[in-house]
Structures are given as C-alpha cells and as structure tokens.
Write a protein that binds this ligand. Structure first.
Ligand SMILES: Cc1cc2nc3c(=O)[nH]c(=O)nc-3n(C[C@H](O)[C@H](O)[C@H](O)COP(=O)(O)O)c2cc1C
Length: 253
C-alpha cells in the first residue's frame, strides 16, 4: 500500500498534538511575579485578574509571588553562579529561580519607575539566573507593565528583552496606562486585553505553539552571542554549561 507524504504528515501532526495533550493533562505550572512593592496596586490587580482567568482552565497550577514578600539580596558580582550553578546567597530569589525551572509559563509584571522596571525587578533580573543560564528555555511568557504618564513601553522592552534573551516565547506583552492608585480594571478594554492574553497564553502552552520570528531571533542571540562567550570562558562557566545540558540545550564544542 502506498501512503502519500501528505497523509503521513497529517498523521504525524495528529499524533504529536495528542501526545502534547496527554502530557498537558498532567498539569500546567504557571508562575506569576508582581514586581511592585504595592500588593494592591495597579500591577497586582492586573496580575490577580490573570490568576483568576487562568484558574478557570483545567489542570493549571498557579503560584503568585509578590516581590514585597521576598528577601532580596543584590548581586555582588562574584560570578560564583557561573562556575557552580548556584548563588552564594541561599535566599528567596534562589528558591524562586529553582521553582521557575519546572514551570511551563511565567507572567512578570512591573510598574514603571523612571521609564524603567522597579528596583526589585532589576534585582530579580540580576540575580535570577535568567539570561546566561537560559532559565526560560522552552517556556512561555507574558509581560505586564503599568505606567501613569510616559515610559510604559520602555518598561515593557526591558521585560521582553529579559524574557526572550532567556529563551522564552513571548505570548503577549501588555503595557497599561492607569492613573496612580486607580484601578485598571474599571476599563472594559483592559479587561478584554487581559482575557484575550490569558486565552492565548493557555493555548500557546497547551499546543506548544512556535513563533518563527522569535525562534530565529533567539537562535541568533544564543548561538552567536551567549554560546561562544560562555564556551570561551571554559571551566569558569561550568555551572552554566551544566544548566544548559540539564535543559536539553545542545552543547557541541
Ligand atoms: C518612584 C516612582 C516612579 C514612577 N515613574 C514613572 C514614570 O517614569 N513614568 C510613568 O508613566 N509613571 C511612573 N510612575 C507611576 C507608576 O508607574 C504607575 O502609577 C504604576 O501603575 C504603579 O504601579 P503599582 O500601583 O502596581 O505600584 C512612577 C511611580 C513611582 C512611585
């Protein structure tokens, strides 16, 4: 019996989707991080709304972190994490980073402070093993920035750069203008944006969607930037290479 290539491809696609669905039936883990010190501020309200929406889907485990609750130490630039794969400080950021390793998706939100992310998010970026260790490799992400006047897009850029350089597929990026201490949820447009972003996020993870432009961009950044840089460093960056191997990143030297 001769089976056409088209039929084989269709069969492979159905099989692949079924395997993913069975896998996903085991559960989806999503981590939400509120980068504002204000636990009831605009950023938190949006993130809590996202939490509620994601909670309506089956088999989703969601963990919510407020940076205000975390014990954050600044990066001291000792570079021991590159060698050992772990930080010299065993604090909340180290635990959060370990927890992110086993997540399927991450939502990170920050208010805009002086056209940038909050100080707490910057500490998280510096300390969280994100970019060089490719912490978000094969994970999906959503960024949220809130602002009052000007600079929300800049905040969004910082967050998106962190996410894409760390290997994540960015599902959505929301930057929401709202007067200080007002609720962003009073606006039905924002509500719709949140709902649509969460539907897409869930679907992207469930179907393991791939966005070709993001893939190419990440490939270039990783293979021509991060990879040769780390390899040149040799044993000083052994911890980074071990993390890559653990994640299934091909290390051909
Ligand atoms: C120290 C500080 C700096 C800020 N800088 C900016 C800014 O550069 N641009 C802007 O549009 N809003 C700025 N804002 C306003 C906040 O970004 C905005 O109100 C945000 O939604 C607050 O989020 P939160 O309620 O989650 O803390 C600033 C607020 C503070 C407290």
């Amino acid at each position: 019996m001769i089976v056409s290539h088209k039929k084989v491809r269709t069969f492979q696609k159905v099989l692949y989707t079924t395997i993913i669905k069975i896998e996903r039936g085991k559960g989806m883990k999503i981590i939400i991080i509120n980068g504002s010190y204000r636990k009831n501020g605009a950023t938190a309200l949006i993130l809590h709304e996202m939490y509620q929406k994601l909670g309506t889907y089956p088999n989703v485990e969601i963990q919510f972190y407020n940076v205000a609750d975390l014990n954050l130490k600044y990066c001291v630039g000792c570079c021991k994490c590159y060698e050992k794969g772990k930080c010299i400080f065993n604090d909340d950021i180290e635990n959060l980073s370990k927890n992110i390793e086993t997540a399927d998706g991450i939502i990170i939100g920050s208010p805009t402070y002086a056209s940038n992310v909050s100080g707490q998010i910057k500490v998280l970026i510096d300390r969280g093993h994100f970019v060089i260790e490719q912490l978000l490799f094969r994970k999906y992400a959503v960024s949220v920035s809130t602002y009052e006047n000007y600079g929300g897009k800049d905040t969004s850029k910082v967050l998106n750069r962190l996410l894409s350089y760390s290997g994540a597929t960015i599902s959505s990026s929301l930057f929401i203008k709202v007067p200080f201490s007002a609720s962003p949820l009073r606006d039905s447009i924002t509500q719709n944006k949140i709902n649509r972003a969460m539907d897409k996020f869930y679907n992207d993870i469930y179907m393991q969607k791939s966005y070709i432009c993001q893939k190419i961009k990440h490939f270039i950044i990783f293979r021509f930037g991060i990879f040769p840089f780390v390899i040149k460093k040799g044993s000083q960056y052994q911890g980074v290479i071990s993390k890559w191997k653990k994640q299934g990143i091909k290390v051909l030297i």
